[in-house]
Design a protein around this ligand. Structure first.
Ligand SMILES: Cc1ncc(COP(=O)(O)O)c(C=O)c1O
Length: 381
């Protein structure tokens, strides 16, 4: 690529997409691709979804942004969906922002505020090696990957990293400064690594015994991606608070922090905020996504997720990991080159943690589209 006015922080792939329809993307030469990454787990309803497109156009004519100086149309409605699908009758409250990193930033601040307000000097958050929580200083400090910290030190104080799926390593880090544990129940960027059931149960019990907060990053696993509304629902535990973003707006940037009432109340007026957070355009988009999940899409994800997983297993090329439509295929060798081969053959997917092919297709993908994609994948592998 020649001269660019853009900063060189992205190593971009050699394709220029200009349009999408359903699970298909089209490049500037009119070539068709099956999209198995959906803008990194964002475009949950695929491209040009009639209801989503209509809601966005309608809302653009009414009000795109008004700021949180005022009551914002549709915030209550979407917040209700997030709370009802997670905490149910117990209830909870939501803070809206614009991205996953911002949701985690809010989560970290709320954890600290919760303990400060109670007069306790607890500020350390235990996170995990291989995790990914974002690129802002708080969320990056929470991220347990030294290579992402490199050159940006010093990190924010107060993060300790335990080994994923190793309860002893967590126990060893708990002390009188510990405020919370924060984790992804399936590490996404870290290589599509699901937590073990026993580990999550023990971790949850450990937080109850220690009297600390149990926080989950549902940025990638949330909003139906794994076949449940929230990833933690596969494990029979409920966190005290969780962050989300990505698929929530079906492509419109939006993030959220959801917390139980007794935690949420510590975000008192003026303590935290966002100019764009929870704007009516994003809220309308989120409501369409939730409307679709409720009217059959969530069940669809469970069904096609199993189907996709079996199809990947039948290729017999490596270990298949993940849940629902958050799947990984762990290979013996680096997979970066395969992404380019995929593009040549009209298939879009991603390679993470060097050897894991990652699949986060639009949630609306069908069995026959999966058949087509897996056939091409078989050829590439
Ligand atoms: C689990 C998790 N948390 C946080 C983030 C950061 O989200 P964003 O890129 O929207 O800031 C990501 C992004 O990949 C993620 O996968």
């Amino acid at each position: 690529m020649g001269f660019s006015y853009l900063m060189p922080n992205y190593a971009r792939l050699p394709v220029k997409f200009v349009r999408g329809e359903g699970v298909y993307l089209y490049d500037d030469r009119g070539r068709e691709y099956i999209d198995l990454i959906s803008g990194i787990g964002v475009n949950s309803l695929g491209y040009n979804h009639p209801k989503l497109t209509k809601a966005i156009c309608d809302q653009a004519r009414e009000l795109i942004h008004i700021s949180n100086l005022f009551e914002v149309p549709y915030q209550e409605e979407l917040a209700q969906k997030l709370v009802e699908t997670s905490f149910g009758a117990e209830g909870g409250k939501v803070f809206f922002c614009n991205s996953g990193a911002e949701a985690n930033e809010a989560l970290i601040k709320l954890i600290r505020k919760y303990w400060r307000d109670r007069g306790e000097d607890r500020y350390e958050i235990i996170t995990f090696r291989g995790s990914f929580h974002g690129r802002t200083y708080g969320s990056l400090s929470a991220t347990g990957q030294p290579k992402l910290h490199e050159g940006f030190e010093p990190m924010l104080e107060g993060f300790r990293y335990a080994e994923f799926n190793n309860i002893e390593s967590v126990k060893n880090l708990i002390n009188d400064k510990t405020a919370a544990v924060l984790l992804e129940v399936i590490q996404g960027e870290g290589g599509v690594n699901p937590a073990d059931g026993d580990f999550i149960e023990e971790l949850y019990n450990l937080t109850r015994e220690a009297g600390i907060l149990f926080a989950i990053d549902e940025v990638q696993t949330g909003n139906g991606r794994t076949g449940r509304y929230w990833g933690f629902q596969h494990y029979g535990v409920v966190p005290d608070l969780f962050s989300t973003a990505k698929g929530l707006g079906g492509g419109v940037p939006v993030g959220a922090l959801v917390a139980k009432n007794e935690v949420a109340e510590h975000f008192t007026p003026g303590s935290h905020g966002s100019t764009f957070g929870g704007n009516p355009l994003a809220m309308r988009a989120g409501l369409v996504v939730y409307g679709e999940l409720e009217s059959g899409l969530l069940n669809h994800v469970q069904r096609v997720g199993e189907y996709f997983k079996s199809a990947l297993e039948s290729l017999d090329k490596g270990r298949v990991k993940g849940k629902g439509l958050m799947l990984g295929l762990e290979l013996e060798k680096p997979c970066k080159e395969l992404v380019l081969k995929g593009l040549e053959k009209g298939l879009v997917f991603n390679c993470t943690a060097q050897r894991v092919l990652r699949f986060l297709p639009p949630l609306v993908i069908t069995e026959s589209e999966i058949d087509r994609a897996v056939e091409v994948l078989g050829e590439i592998l």
